[in-house]
Design a protein around this ligand. Structure first.
Ligand code: ZN
Length: 347
């Protein structure tokens, strides 16, 4: 069974139309919970609340600043008896991840309104929350609609757009890993989902110069690529087309680094190294990330070299059932150090 968003609306200055878009979904109720972040609540959150209230929605607002299981459950417990039937995630990744999980647990409709294009959680059915046993995303439900105002997304810090680009470029090695697992382990492989994910990654490589310029066009390119790759994951029914060894490296860094960088930034650097392991053109990946302004070295990630190497050596243990180019025994310290050095990630 493939669950897909009913509507994807991307446009410039469309925020005022939010109540109309929601009405057109014919959900048939107006009891809404708006989950947003401490900064966005003042910039856009209150405006969205007012717009909805002017259209006879009743709106509760929850401000969250961390995407953890504890935060999600405190909201679930607070609302489980009143049960809002529509839950909106408005913000960057954290608010959307929390809203998505809460909507899943309360069996409510979920609408994603991203204010930045920093990772594919804005459109996928997968939520990544801190506090679960493993630092990987869990399957919830797909958004009923995704509403993205390119004017707002273009105003988000440029670092977020570069990070989102890294999360899309990651699909390149995710698909290579998936094919490998199919050939070696007879794992299910969906050609269509793989092609769609790959297309998103190629789209970012092709338009890297335009993304580098920033502005609304850049926002649109990255948003569309993030949404397409999320749809690839919805079609596959798993994160396989979107998350391979480069994501395992990023998850491992989250565990070992004293101060991890952004998810997409780490995935981008992981993609450079895993492309090298696959024997593909890693220099092209690196060049595109550089052009976009995404980190390509440990220094730019702000993570000391030893943590990069450590993460490479433990990445295969993060999700042992997900076979990748790292194999079952992973990389030795020496092999990891060589890999990071040859690709210029450490010097
Ligand atoms: Zn990701």
């Amino acid at each position: 069974m493939i669950g897909l968003p009913k509507r994807v609306i991307i446009g410039s200055g469309i925020i005022d139309n939010i109540p109309r878009y929601i009405n057109e979904l014919s959900i048939g109720h107006k009891d809404t919970l708006l989950v947003t972040g401490p900064h966005i609540v003042n910039v856009i959150g209150m405006k969205v609340k007012e717009l909805l209230e002017d259209n006879k929605f009743s709106v509760h607002v929850k401000v969250v600043n961390i995407a953890s299981v504890d935060v999600a459950y405190s909201i679930i417990n607070e609302f489980k008896s009143s049960k809002p039937l529509l839950i909106i995630g408005l913000g960057g990744g954290k608010s959307i991840d929390i809203a998505k999980y809460v909507a899943y647990m309360l069996n409510a409709n979920f609408i994603s309104i991203p204010t930045s294009a920093s990772h594919d959680g804005i459109a996928s059915p997968f939520a990544s929350l801190k506090g679960f046993e493993k630092p990987v995303s869990i399957k919830t439900k797909e958004p009923l609609a995704i509403i993205a105002d390119t004017k707002i997304v273009a105003n988000a810090p440029k670092r977020l757009l570069a990070s989102g680009s890294g999360d899309v470029i990651a699909k390149f090695t995710a698909v290579l890993d998936w094919r490998l697992a199919h050939r070696l382990k007879n794992e299910y492989y969906g050609e269509y989902a793989a092609s769609l994910a790959l297309l998103s990654a190629k789209h970012i490589l092709r338009y890297a110069d335009r993304i580098a310029l920033g502005g609304e066009e850049a926002a649109r390119i990255v948003l569309e690529a993030l949404i397409s790759s999320s749809i690839a994951m919805s079609i596959a029914g798993s994160t396989r087309p979107g998350s391979g060894s480069e994501h395992l490296f990023s998850h491992a860094l989250d565990l070992v680094a004293p101060k991890p960088a952004l998810h997409g930034e780490q995935c981008g650097v992981g993609t450079i190294m895993m492309t090298y392991l696959h024997g593909r053109n890693w220099k092209r990946i690196k060049k595109a990330l550089k052009l976009i302004g995404a980190p390509t070295t440990s220094k730019e990630l702000g993570i000391p070299d030893e943590y990069i190497i450590k993460a490479l050596t433990i990445a295969h243990t993060i999700r042992p059932e997900r076979y990748t180019v790292l194999g079952e025994s992973g990389l030795t310290w020496e092999a990891a150090e060589n890999l990071a050095r040859r690709t210029g990630v450490i010097s």
